[in-house]
Design a protein around this ligand. Structure first.
Ligand SMILES: [Mg+2]
Length: 117
């Protein structure tokens, strides 16, 4: 099945702090331990035939492909670009905004991000 044929776009999933534990920068060759609830979510999407991509600002590095192989059994596309086919973006730094309203879904979520500064 080509997910595009079903009218579904790709799902962008951030790496650091979303799929992999992140506390501080430890080098390009380091990826933290997998965060199980998000890893399981991605596995479920893959089982459903969804197009899931690692959406990260990181430079390409073999350690990201290794993380994919170790946790998903295959290498997912890795990108730092979004396009009109991205259906959803899972990211620990994202604030979900009500489309065409400019209002966050969660003020608590937004507040939390700025309190970390
Ligand atoms: Mg992140």
């Amino acid at each position: 099945m080509n997910p595009r044929d079903e009218g579904m776009g790709w799902i962008g999933v951030d790496l650091d702090g979303t799929l992999a534990n992140y506390d501080e920068f430890r080098g390009d060759d380091h990826v933290g331990e997998p965060i199980e609830p998000m890893v399981e979510r991605v596995k479920q999407w893959l089982a459903e035939g969804r197009d899931v991509r690692i959406f990260t600002a990181r430079k390409p590095h073999p350690v990201i492909r290794k993380f994919c192989r170790d946790n998903f059994g295959k290498i997912l596309p890795i990108t730092n670009f979004k396009d009109q086919h991205m259906q959803a973006n899972y990211d620990d730094r994202a604030v979900g905004i009500r489309r065409n309203e400019g209002i966050p879904f969660s003020e608590e979520n937004e507040k939390q991000l700025f309190e970390e500064e």
